[in-house]
Design a protein around this ligand. Structure first.
Ligand code: GAZ
Length: 263
């Protein structure tokens, strides 16, 4: 029996966090994940649960009580299922992973701003800013982490928070040809990112899925919005992403039609 229901957008990085945490605890089956189609207007019954806000995921527990915000939900699940611990229990270590967790918001904003940019003249500056974020993470890991690859001994809280973003940023490889340079100043964060991406508890989405579903983000339209000349969003459930071709990479000079995207 499920102890709670999560309402989520399947490919949303914030809900993948919850799936990863539950996978690490072997509790995935105890939370029921209900998929919400972001390309349709939000159902009234769901808006009533969230009291009008549209951001997902939200978690509903017994008695219809609702929690919002993925990090809050993550902590709730950590507290409900304390074993095995994913968050650190030692106060200093918990604070260290808290500092790293706080770096995720600006990192996320940077990556999404970069992928959504439509102005070729801004591209270089956005790339430099993205690298700056990686350099900061690298420096943090050099200060606080051991030889690695993770912040502490195992894939834990900070990894649960960041891995879904490392996966979404596959869209930067594809649409911006963005790569972490093989320089020493990124070596530690590169090793961290690679270990995060490879972890068996974090395989809920694939690069192919991200690249195909996020085409519209790469063209500047977020959250299921429709682009000019298009009848369908790249986030639709049908046709399944596996059946669609890989989208054109050139986001600056070409706008793919529904047909070209296999929609
Ligand atoms: N802080 C919340 C959490 O739970 O951690 C964020 C949740 C959230 O943003 N959910 C999005 C949503 O439900 C889907 S994932 N949107 C539908 C709605 O109606 O609000 C998009 C961005 C961005 C960063 C992330 C995302 C994203 O810019 O992945 O820009 C469009 C949305 C920084």
């Amino acid at each position: 029996m499920a102890i709670a229901t999560v309402y989520h957008i399947p490919v949303c990085p914030f809900s993948q966090r919850l799936e990863i945490l539950l996978a690490l605890k072997g509790r995935r089956a105890e939370v029921d994940f209900q998929v919400v189609d972001i390309t349709r207007s939000r159902a009234d019954w769901l808006l009533q649960k969230s009291r009008g806000t549209t951001a997902l995921p939200i978690l509903e527990i017994a008695g219809g009580r609702i929690l919002k915000e993925s990090l809050v939900i993550l902590q709730y699940l950590e507290d409900v299922f304390p074993q095995p611990a994913v968050a650190q229990r030692d106060p200093w270590r918990r604070a260290v992973e808290g500092m790293l967790t706080r770096m995720e918001g600006p990192f996320t904003t940077q990556g999404y701003t970069f992928v959504m940019n439509q102005d070729p003249a801004r591209r270089e500056a956005l790339r430099a800013d993205m690298l700056q974020h990686y350099a900061r993470l690298n420096d943090f890991l050099l200060e606080h982490a051991g030889a690695g690859p993770f912040l502490f001994e195992q894939f834990g809280w900070a990894e649960t928070v960041f891995t879904p973003l490392f996966m979404r940023f596959w869209f930067l490889d594809y649409y911006e040809a963005f790569e972490l340079p093989g320089e020493e100043r990124y070596a530690r964060v590169r090793a961290w990112r690679e270990a995060c991406l490879a972890h068996p508890g974090a395989q809920q989405v694939s690069k192919e899925q991200i690249v195909k579903l996020y085409y519209d983000y790469a063209k500047g339209a977020g959250n299921g919005a429709l682009l000019p000349g298009r009848a369908r969003s790249s986030f639709v459930f049908e046709p399944h992403w596996r059946e669609r071709p890989w989208p054109p990479r050139d986001k600056y000079r070409h706008s793919a039609t529904d047909r070209e995207l296999g929609l």
